[in-house]
Structure formats: C-alpha cells, structure tokens
Design a protein around this ligand. Structure first.
Ligand SMILES: Nc1ncnc2c1ncn2[C@@H]1O[C@H](COP(=O)(O)OP(=O)(O)OP(=O)(O)O)[C@@H](O)[C@H]1O
Length: 363
C-alpha cells in the first residue's frame, strides 16, 4: 500500500533566467518508493527542476515539500535528499569507504555504525572488496556505483540522479541501468532520475514525466506514454512514429470517422489520447507506431488499410525495419518480424487495427 505522505510534492514551481521561463508552473507529487524519470530534450528544464529539489537552484515561486515538510527555503545541506551527478564528484583523497561514510560522519554518526553502513552499502552495490581503494583506481562504472552508495549512506528521503550514466559507454550504461533499477527495488527508496534518453527512461522507470519547454506534458507509466501519448510532442519524442494529418468528418456514438487524404478511417473515440477531445470538423493527428502494422491483407472489418512500395529494409536480428512509400508520396516506417521475404520494389499491403493507433486533437 502506498504511504499517504508523498516523498516529494512540488506545487506551482516557476523559474526564469531573464526572459527565459525554464520551469513554467510545474506541480508534481511523487509517492514513496517510486522510480520516476523526468524525460525531455536538452534545455527543457529537467535539471533545473531536480536542482530546485536539492537546493542548488532557487525557484522564483512555488512550494517544495519532502516527507510532508516544507523545505522551499531550507539550505541545500539541510534537505533530506541526496543528488548523484554524472561526473561522480567523489573525493579523490578519500578511500571508497571514507567517501561512502562521509555523509554519515557529517550527521554525527558513531564510527562503528559508519563502518557497518559502509560495508552494507558496498554489498548493496556488489563491490564488497574495494573499501580501501581510492577513486582513481576504479573504473567509470565502479565510481558511479560508489557515488550511489555515498548518496544512499545517510538514508535520504529520496535520491535525485542527474543523467548519472551519461559518461558511460553503451554496454556499461545498459548494465548500470539494470543495476540502478535493482538497487532501487532492493532499497525501496524514491529515485528521481533525469535523462534525455527515452529508451533509458522507458526501461527503468515506474513513472515517466515528459517535459517540454518547462512544463510536464504527461505523467504516466512508460507503457501509457508510448501507447497513449497526450501530445504530438510526446508521440514524436518517445519512440518512432508514423504521423498522419487527418480531419474528423463525423462522430457517431463511440466512433469517429476521419478523412486521411482520400481515405476514410473509422476509429474508436477511446483512441483519442490527447486530454482534449476533438469536435467534428476539427484537425487531428493520427499516430501509428511502426510495429502496429501487419503485412498482408486485413482480416478485420475496421482495420486501417494502406498500400505502398517497399523501398528499403534493414535486418536487425529480432526485427526488420521496412521503409514503404505510399502512392501519395508518404514514407512509412514498418517494423516486421523476420523472416520478411519481400523484395525491394515490391508492392505491399499494410493493415493496422483501429484500436492500435492514437489520435491527438490538433496538429
Ligand atoms: N544558471 C543559469 N543561468 C542562465 N540560464 C540557465 C542557468 N541554468 C540553466 N539555464 C538555462 O535554462 C534552460 C534549462 O536548463 P536545464 O539544465 O534545466 O535543462 P535540461 O532539460 O536539464 O537540459 P540538459 O539535458 O541539456 O541538461 C536552458 O536553456 C539553460 O541554458
């Protein structure tokens, strides 16, 4: 059961640098024990939001609560949250054990308790034998795990992680994503993670808050962010997308009839994923993910049907990326399961279940 007092509550946070509104009236409640990611393109304000929680940036207005206490004006060192940075920020002249114990020492914890805590955390990060090494004798991945242990040592209310894996190469980064998630699960701590990498956000998080231009456009599970994008920005930013401009011709009961070029698509109203529902006559955008297409003739009455010429295919082991050009000059991305025995230049039919697309009001 979720604890009734959230780990973190942000209420109407605003921050501007000169004329630039970096955080635009953001409110967000983060329950305890949740792994949440702030995801967005460079410059959307995610780091500033994280830095506001830890006290490294000062919001112009709004309130920040941690464990139900108002810490909006508290000094950074008095806040019960800890931050992990991309560049580790370990103390080079201290051993690993001393680095991990540093925060506990500042809290006045007794030496033997610090040693126990340090051992416990080295076990947690699965590096029990490196207590006496110095940071320069560690690999990048090991340093990042030690930085994590150091941040967890004083038992913070939440851990804030600002692109912590950004400096690691791809393979190590993927290993560390699994490791971080496992550590979060084992400790049950609230993790607030910042990244611009949508794959990283989707693979690690319980919840993703997608940010754009200083606002949170959608707060949802990774599955819902992908399948039910609330805005065009999100549909485009998260995953690959085929986007169709359309118009609502008619509304009848629980279906919409859309005109898409010369075609008419009958789609369930329930597939409108934007907050605002479109009226008849209104422009909408239709999102079809590459893997939502099946190749071959439709077997279901309300399927969306398209046809085109296969212009290019890329074999990726578990799937094949196809590029299909339609008669009206549209280039479609299609993901198919191998084997695909269609030659380039061949005409193919594609179909998609009407409940596999997403409709967003506006363009
Ligand atoms: N101290 C500062 N003074 C002036 N402008 C700043 C300052 N800090 C951040 N900004 C600007 O605020 C905007 C948001 O920055 P922020 O670091 O929060 O973005 P971000 O989404 O985390 O991006 P990135 O992924 O590139 O770090 C950017 O345009 C940035 O240049």
């Amino acid at each position: 059961m979720t604890d009734p007092v959230p780990a973190i509550e942000l209420k109407n946070i605003c921050k501007a640098y000169g004329a630039l509104r970096v955080i635009d009236d953001v409110s967000l409640t983060i329950d305890r024990g949740v792994f949440i990611t702030l995801l967005g393109p460079s410059g959307c304000g995610k780091s500033t939001l994280l830095r506001s929680i830890v006290g490294l940036a000062e919001p112009d207005s709004g309130t920040i609560l941690v464990d139900g206490k108002d810490i909006t004006n508290a000094a950074a060192h008095n806040r019960p949250v800890k931050m992990v940075f991309q560049d580790y920020a370990l103390f080079p002249h201290m051993t690993v054990a001393q680095n991990i114990g540093f925060g506990c020492e500042m809290q006045g914890m007794e030496k033997s308790a610090i040693a126990r805590r340090s051992t416990e955390l080295l076990e947690l990060i699965r590096l029990p034998d490196i207590a006496n090494r110095y940071p320069d004798a560690l690999s990048g991945g090991q340093r990042q795990r030690v930085a994590l242990a150091r941040a967890l040592a004083p038992d913070p209310a939440a851990l804030l992680l600002d692109e912590p894996l950004g400096a690691l190469d791809l393979k190590l980064r993927q290993d560390m994503q699994r490791e971080l998630k496992a550590i979060q699960r084992r400790t049950g701590k609230t993790f607030v993670f910042v990244t611009h990498d949508q794959q990283e956000a989707m693979s690690m998080s319980d919840l993703v808050a997608v940010m754009n231009k200083g606002k949170i456009e959608q707060l949802d599970t990774p599955e819902n962010i992908y399948a039910n994008p609330a805005t065009l920005f999100i549909a485009d930013f998260v995953g690959a997308t085929n986007l169709f401009e359309a118009k609502v011709e008619a509304k009848d009961g629980d279906h919409l009839t859309l005109s898409v070029g010369d075609a008419r698509w009958r789609v369930p109203v329930a597939r409108v994923t934007s907050h605002r529902k479109p009226d008849a006559g209104e422009a909408v955008s239709v999102v079809i993910r590459p893997e939502a297409f099946d190749i071959g003739r439709s077997r279901r009455k309300d399927d969306i049907e398209l046809s085109g010429r296969l212009t290019d295919q890329t074999y990726l082991g578990d799937r094949v990326h196809l590029n299909v050009e339609t008669a009206d000059g549209r280039s479609l991305l299609v993901d198919a399961r191998p084997p695909v025995s269609i030659g380039e230049g061949a005409e193919i039919k594609l179909h998609c279940r009407a409940d596999n697309l997403a409709i967003i009001a506006g363009r």
